[in-house]
Ligand binder design. Structure first.
Ligand code: COA
Length: 326
């Protein structure tokens, strides 16, 4: 038994923030942002839109494509680091919003690798026969924890949600065949939200110090990302007995165009095989991989049996790679 992706969906909030808009907030310019990151604009959640609201739209679209009634979903797993509430989980809020009573629901926290971690967990429930279907979401509203005075980070992030519906299949050569996850907890200080948890609860002092915002050592993250992504891609391909030349398409976390170009170059995979959308969304964290999968899917990229290489990395550091045979 393998997990087959039978529906995809995504959602980006209506408000768009361009590089020109950012020039009015911090000392930066469109050319610097485009050359260093490839980003032109990003979407920003409205004040009344929480992560579960974004997730709801993406989920509804994916379930419609799958032809699955929301009431019949058996498992909901959401990758996010910007939940609606510290508790309960965004997955539970989403379950209520979908009018579903059947599914168990929980979040996983792996920053920008959240959707890969969520996909891996759901896959285990499907392949073990514990669930017949699963709704996997990646959603983040990182702009809620972005410091709009920090030009090192505020240019990078956008909000969004992506969804995948999984079902079990016995078909040979189709479905999620290998998925590998990794983490390196010695790198926690490289990319994190220091305040707001049990270590530094939010107080007037911690907030005045900006501890509630994303903190990142960009250049170091960049180096780790390229190395880790290339390694995990080689690992999953080798596990399948595949070579980079066997990959039909790449669906990758859209962190930075230079990270993706360097990773693809290391793998020897042509950039044309990788669906890119960070130009219009920026880095949407956990939403990135399922949104990218959905766009490529709706554009008609995939046919049964195609070998899709998936990869993502985020704060932790935490990362993962997968081979999905469409
Ligand atoms: N606009 C203009 N200048 C900026 C700037 C901005 N938005 N942000 C930083 N700079 C300046 C720096 O202050 C520095 O100036 P200095 O040389 O006078 O000190 C210069 O540009 C170079 O900064 P540096 O941080 O070395 O740039 P970089 O080439 O490493 O690019 C990132 C910065 C953030 C784009 C890059 O490191 C990166 O993409 N890292 C990975 C980030 C990421 O993907 N994180 C999420 C992973 S899931």
């Amino acid at each position: 038994m393998r997990s087959l992706v039978v529906g995809t969906g995504s959602y980006a909030p209506a408000k768009v923030l361009t590089n020109a808009d950012l020039e009015k907030l911090v000392d930066t310019n469109d050319q610097w942002i485009r050359e260093r990151t490839g980003i032109r604009e990003r979407h920003i959640a409205a004040p009344e839109e929480a992560s579960s609201d974004l997730a709801f739209h993406a989920a509804t679209r994916a379930l419609a494509m799958a032809g699955l009634d929301p009431a019949d979903v058996e498992m909901i797993v959401v990758g996010t680091v910007t939940p609606d509430y510290p508790f309960p989980s965004t997955a539970v809020v989403l379950q209520g919003r979908l009018g579903n009573k059947k599914a168990f629901a929980f979040d996983v926290s792996a920053a920008c690798a959240g959707s890969m971690y969520a996909l891996s967990v759901a896959d285990r429930f499907i392949t073990s026969g514990a669930c017949k279907n699963a709704l996997v979401i990646g959603v983040d509203t990182l702009t809620r924890i972005t410091n709009w005075k920090d030009r090192n980070t505020c240019i990078l992030f956008g909000d969004g949600a992506g969804a995948m519906v999984l079902k079990g299949t016995g078909e040979a050569n189709r479905g999620l065949s290998t998925i590998r996850l990794h983490a390196d907890g010695s790198l926690v200080s490289m990319l994190l939200q220091p305040g707001g948890g049990s270590r530094e609860p939010l107080t007037a002092e911690t907030m005045a110090a900006g501890r509630q915002y994303v903190y990142m050592k960009g250049t170091e993250v960049y180096k780790v990302a390229v190395r880790a992504l290339a390694e995990v891609c080689h690992e999953v391909l080798e596990a399948e007995g595949l070579k980079p030349a066997d990959v039909t398409y790449v669906i990758a976390h859209q962190a930075n165009k230079r990270i993706l170009d360097a990773t693809l170059q290391r793998l020897g995979i042509p950039a044309e095989k990788c669906w890119m959308n960070l130009e219009k969304y920026g880095n949407t964290s956990s939403a990135s991989v399922p949104t990218t999968l959905d766009e490529a899917n709706r554009a008609g990229w995939f046919k049964p049996g195609d070998v899709i290489l998936m990869m993502a990395i985020g704060g932790g550091m935490a990362w993962g790679g997968a081979v999905l045979r469409w």
